[in-house]
Design a protein around this ligand. Structure first.
Ligand code: AMP
Ligand code: MG
Length: 397
C-alpha cells in the first residue's frame, strides 16, 4: 500500500463532522466551518496614512504655500470641518479625511505659524487610504475550512465577527500497548521501559486542533485489549501504538483482523512500515507501530492529512504540521528498495538554498533523531541520494 492510497482509503472513513458557534477569543487554531463575509468596508472611510495636514493638492503646487488651519481630525473623532481652497486640516493617522481635501502632507514637511501652516513638501493623494480598498462589505475574506491563526483571527475581528462557526474539536483516545511499558517516573522492574509514544501522539493530536485523551498503556492481552478498545468507542477516533507487526504478541493487528473492520495494514514507507487502519465497532482506529520514531513519522504523513480532512480543512491549507520543501543534501542518504524513505534531516538555509543534514543515527528506536532533526526526506522508492543532490522533504514544526 502506497502512502497516497493509504491516505485515500483512510479519508473515506473520516471522523464525524460537527460544528459549533464560539467566541473569537476561543477560536485560535480552529477550522472555520462557514466562510466569513465582511460586515463592513475596510477601511470604513477614507483616512490618512500619516500624521500631517489634509489639503487640496492644487493649493500646494508652489513650495512654501501658506494655508489657513480650519480644525483637527483625529482617529475616532467626529464633526469634521470642510476643507475649502486655501485651507488645511490637521490630521492624525487613521483619522477620517475631511470633505474637500484630496491629499495629505506629512507633518515633517510642514511648519505651523500661528493659525496657518507652511507646506514645505509634497501633498500626496496616496497618503489617503481609500474606503474599502482592502475589503468591501459583503466580501468573503476567509473561506470555509480556513485555519484560524493570528492573522485570520485579526481579519475576522476586522470584519466584525465576534462569534464564529468552527468544526467541533474531535476527541481522540491515545493508548499504547505492551507489557514492557511503564509510566515515566514509576518504578521499573526487570525488562520494563518507560512508555513515551503516547506523549508525542497526544501533543501532535492537540497541535492538530483536537482534544487528546491519553491513557496509560494496555498490556499484551487479547481480552484486556478488547475491553480497552470497547471502552474507547465513545471517542471520535482511537490511536494505538505497538502490536501491529508480525510478532506473536502483536495483538492489535490480530484483534483488528479477527474482530474489527480492517481497511488496510502495512504501508510502503520506512520507517514505520506496519501501521493499520480500520474501525472498531464504528470508531476509526489507527494502529501505529510501537517504535518511537515510527509512531511519530506515521502520524505526520498519514494521521495529519486524515485529521485535516475530517475537520473540513481547506484543501489549499497544505499539511498543518509540516511544509514540503526542496533541500540540497549535505550527506548521502540511503533509500529503501520499494518504500518511500523518510530519513530524519535538519533543515537550515545556506546562501539561497535550503540544505538538509543528518546528525544522528537513524534507528527507528532512536528518539533523539527526532529531537536533533526537524525534517523528513521524501525519497521515492528505489532511490539513494548523494551529498549535493536535491530531494523533496517535509519540514516539521
Ligand atoms: P511493537 O510495535 O509493539 O513490536 O514495539 C516495537 C518497539 O517499540 C519495541 O521495542 C517496544 O518496546 C517499543 N515500544 C512500543 N510501544 C512503545 C511506547 N509506547 N513507548 C516506548 N516504546 C515503545
Ligand atoms: Mg509490543
Amino acid at each position: 500500500m502506497s502512502l497516497e492510497r493509504a491516505i485515500e482509503l483512510a479519508c473515506e472513513k473520516p471522523m464525524p463532522r460537527r460544528t459549533e458557534h464560539i467566541p473569537l477569543d476561543a477560536a485560535h487554531n480552529r477550522i472555520l466551518a462557514v466562510g466569513l463575509h465582511s460586515k463592513v468596508d475596510d477601511p470604513r472611510f477614507d483616512n490618512s496614512a500619516m500624521d500631517g495636514f489634509a489639503v487640496r493638492a492644487s493649493d500646494c503646487d508652489e513650495a512654501g504655500a501658506r494655508l489657513h488651519i480650519v480644525g483637527t481630525s483625529k482617529a475616532g473623532g467626529q464633526d469634521l470641518p470642510t476643507v475649502e481652497a486655501g485651507e488645511a486640516c490637521r490630521i492624525m493617522t487613521g483619522a477620517r479625511v475631511p470633505d474637500g481635501a484630496d491629499a495629505i502632507v506629512m507633518v515633517e514637511d510642514t511648519e505651523v505659524l500661528g493659525e496657518s501652516v507652511s507646506i514645505n513638501g509634497p501633498a500626496r493623494t496616496n497618503f489617503i487610504r481609500r474606503r474599502a480598498e482592502n475589503l468591501a462589505r459583503g466580501q468573503e475574506a476567509l473561506p470555509t475550512g480556513a485555519l484560524l491563526g493570528p492573522a485570520e483571527l485579526a481579519l475576522a475581528a476586522t470584519m466584525g465577527h465576534g462569534e464564529i462557526e468552527v468544526a467541533v474539536k474531535p476527541r481522540i483516545a491515545i493508548i499504547s500497548t505492551g507489557d514492557e511499558l511503564v509510566r515515566a517516573g514509576d518504578e521499573l522492574a526487570e525488562g520494563q521501559i518507560y512508555e513515551s509514544n503516547s506523549h508525542a501522539l497526544a501533543s501532535l493530536v492537540e497541535e492538530m486542533g483536537c482534544e487528546a485523551n491519553r491513557l496509560d498503556s494496555a498490556p499484551d492481552s487479547l481480552d484486556e485489549l478488547r475491553k480497552t478498545l470497547d471502552s474507547l468507542t465513545g471517542h471520535d477516533a482511537i490511536i494505538t501504538s505497538g502490536g501491529v507487526s508480525m510478532g506473536d504478541w502483536d495483538l492489535v493487528r490480530r484483534l483488528m483482523e479477527e474482530e474489527g473492520e480492517l481497511v488496510f495494514w502495512r504501508m510502503k514507507v520506512r520507517p514505520g512500515g506496519p501501521p493499520l487502519f480500520g474501525t472498531w465497532k464504528g470508531t476509526p482506529l489507527f494502529g501505529l507501530p510501537g517504535n518511537p520514531v515510527s509512531s511519530q513519522v506515521i502520524f505526520h504523513i498519514l494521521l495529519a492529512p486524515w485529521i485535516q480532512h475530517s475537520l473540513g480543512a481547506h484543501p489549499e491549507l497544505g499539511p498543518r504540521l509540516s511544509r514540503q520543501v526542496r533541500v540540497r543534501l549535505k550527506n548521502s542518504v540511503k533509500g529503501a528498495e520499494d518504500k518511500l524513505c523518510l530519513r530524519r534531516i535538519r533543515i537550515t538555509s545556506e546562501g539561497d538554498e535550503l540544505v538538509g543534514s543528518v546528525h544522528t543515527h537513524q534507528g527507528s528506536g532512536n528518539l533523539h533523531s527526532l529531537v536533533a532533526h526537524d525534517g523528513l526526506t521524501l525519497l521515492p522508492p528505489g532511490t539513494d541520494a548523494e551529498a549535493g543532490d536535491f530531494v523533496d522533504a517535509l519540514w516539521l514544526r
